[in-house]
Design a binder for this molecule. Structure first.
Ligand code: ZN
Length: 112
């Protein structure tokens, strides 16, 4: 389950950032996750609960912001936001999308 390593990674970033800014209390960590990042949100929330235990982040909340997918059609150049990743291009009907947004996975804010 790679959500555990993602949770671990988020914690490392949060702790590192806290250290750099000389704070010892973090109340929440906000992450941005693209819809096409391949992360199962429920699994990440579950992993977070178990990974933060016995760390300075054990009382910190995890706030997840979902970034919608945006693609450009490789056939005709149309920009669109598919509801499903396998949606056809609304302009030419091809299924040849290149994902330009929606694969993000990053810590966007740390609230002390
Ligand atoms: Zn197209």
């Amino acid at each position: 389950m790679h959500e555990f390593s993602i949770a671990q990674h988020i914690i490392e970033i949060a702790l590192q950032t806290a250290k750099e800014h000389d704070v010892d209390q973090i109340s929440s960590v906000e992450v941005e996750i693209g819809q096409a990042a391949g992360v199962v949100i429920e699994a990440l929330e579950f992993a977070w609960e178990s990974v933060v235990r016995d760390t300075p982040l054990q009382d910190a909340a995890l706030t997840i912001k979902i970034i919608p997918v945006s693609v450009v059609c490789r056939t005709c150049g149309m920009n669109y936001s598919p509801r499903e990743l396998l949606d056809l291009c609304p302009q030419c009907g091809d299924m040849n999308p290149e994902i330009i947004r929606g694969k993000e996975l990053r810590v966007s804010a740390i609230v002390t």
